[in-house]
Design a protein around this ligand. Structure first.
Ligand code: CS2
Length: 497
């Protein structure tokens, strides 16, 4: 088979089965600057934008990608070599695969190489929106207090070196300062991370940072910048070497870094953009006055559901989400967790049928072609669980609701962080900014059963609830005595054997 290397010149030579941008990319300007061009941005916002550009032929809403760290150099180089084009490989549950080339990215800049250039780009009149996928941990929020963490050494560095920041807040503040000085309208800042009220959170963190640098500017940001809250969704596993090979060998496209994803996607956004926006609704995005019910449902069912399977499944020895839900015990446990612990604390919302949403999650998780690795799910759990799961536990404790299915998950996480292995002794990596703290606290379990739970930046005041600590202690005893996690799941579901 003839193999074609993906770039702008080769677009016309690609096989017909590969859907290519139908619009003239040379006319596109970047109205959006996006920080954090990982797989999720490329399967979600960039894909919605590509659909919008295909449908409308608009020319002012291309995307300029930005990576802030040296670790982003690889994606910068690959995208540059490919004229910012890449293949989105959409894998259906029945084995069907749709390959499409996404054309909405038109540039990429590396902040660590030239921070001033990125700040200038954000400050440019052309930039109307700065969107972010900086992960749950990237917001620099201290979960114990809910405030911006001013003790973070990177924050201290950035406050001292406004021209040479490392974190996104320094970039945004620098750019907004320039816009204000030039009398330009502010851009909208659009968070695309899995955080409840992600826009409000971004506003709070940015204003706190800016306040340290320039209180008047902080006030201007508070008034002039809008931060739409949004729920984002599309399961996007890590690209594997096999994905790259299959695209080359079976389709004839050589793409150094394609992205794979499920067919489902959802984007629900509060329409508070102050400097214009693409009509993403033509691509299926929903604009609503209040995103709260959608985001709570998604984060607490989908993301927490992933963590439930990720932690329990890893100890059991499973590798992927679909193998977990193919096991009736894990599927039943997940459903029970959703029904007994999450659903009772969700607010009912018009037009949303929570039962069918839960059914659809089980189907999506079961897509055998996605093979979403539990390792991806478990990484950075210390930033994820305080957003995905702990609020559910806290609310249930408040109402006297069930927490035992969650407690077993936390006990499994403690075991994982302590031993770093599955029940059969297979090594489990801990990839987490708080790895040392997690491991240290978990390793203290033999002397103090509640040691792990005392990690306040993760669990807040959970350790002060006797109802929870009683349950959790029992689970920790059980898991440490016998790490055969399936047995404990079974006991919770069906009672003692
Ligand atoms: C996952 C998410 O990171 C995680 O733990 O739950 O990446 C999830 O796949 C996406 O939010 C799906 O929209």
């Amino acid at each position: 088979m003839k193999v074609i290397r993906l770039n702008q010149r080769s677009l016309h030579d690609l096989p017909e089965s590969v859907a290519c941008p139908s619009y003239d990319r040379s006319k596109l300007t970047a109205g959006i600057v996006h920080v954090g061009v990982g797989g999720f941005h490329r399967s979600h916002e960039a894909c919605y934008t590509d659909d919008y550009l295909r449908t409308t032929g608009a020319t002012n809403w291309g995307i300029c990608g930005v990576g802030l760290r040296a670790a982003d150099r690889r994606i910068a180089d690959v995208l540059k070599r490919q004229d910012y084009l890449y293949t989105l490989i959409v894998k259906h549950p029945d084995g069907r695969i749709d390959n499409r080339v996404i054309g909405s990215l038109v540039d990429f800049m590396l902040g660590c190489d030239n921070p001033a250039a990125v700040i200038d780009r954000m400050a440019d009149e052309m930039t109307k929106i700065v969107s972010l996928t900086i992960t749950e941990g990237g917001y620099n929020c201290n979960p114990a207090t809910g405030d911006f963490d001013l003790d973070n050494p990177d924050v201290k560095h950035d406050l001292k070196n406004p021209e040479n920041p490392t974190l996104v807040f320094g970039y945004l503040t620098g750019a907004l300062k320039k816009r204000r000085a030039a009398g330009r309208p502010a851009f909208t800042i659009q968070s695309c991370d899995n955080i409840q009220h992600n826009g409000d959170m971004t506003r709070k963190m940015l204003v706190a940072f800016a306040h340290e640098q320039d209180p008047e500017l902080a006030e201007w940001i508070g008034h002039e910048v809008s931060f739409p809250n949004a729920m984002v969704d599309r399961i996007t596993p890590v690209t594997t070497p096999a994905d790259i090979e299959t695209l080359e060998n079976d389709v004839g496209v050589k793409d150094e870094w394609p992205v794979t994803c499920e067919p489902f996607r959802q984007w629900v956004i509060e329409d508070t953009f102050t400097n214009g926006r693409p009509q993403w609704e033509v691509a299926g995005a929903q604009f609503v006055p209040d995103v709260t019910p959608y985001e709570t449902m998604k984060i607490r069912l989908l993301n927490a559901g992933h963590s439930v399977l990720g932690l329990l499944g890893s100890i059991h020895g499973y590798m992927t989400i679909d193998t977990c839900v193919a096991d009736p015990l894990f599927a039943t446990y997940l459903r029970r967790f959703m029904d007994s612990e999450v659903t009772p604390v969700l607010q009912p919302a018009e037009g949303i049928d929570v039962d069918s949403y839960k059914d659809s999650l089980l189907e999506r998780f079961g897509n055998p072609n996605i093979r979403d690795n539990l390792a991806r799910i478990c990484l950075e759990s210390s930033a994820k669980l305080p957003k995905f799961l702990i609020p559910t536990i806290v609310e249930n404790l408040h109402h006297g609701g069930s927490t035992e299915y969650s407690a077993l998950v936390i006990a499994a996480w403690c075991y994982y962080s302590d031993k770093g292995m599955s029940k059969d002794g297979r090594k489990l990596d801990i990839v987490d900014k708080m790895k040392a703290e997690l491991h240290g606290a978990a390793a203290g379990t033999s002397g103090d059963k509640l040691s792990f739970l005392k990690l306040k930046p993760v669990f807040g005041g959970l350790v002060d609830s006797k109802a929870f600590t009683d349950q959790y202690s029992r689970m920790v005893d059980a898991v440490y005595e016998n790490p055969n996690i399936a047995r404990h799941m079974q006991t919770l579901l069906f009672g003692r054997e």
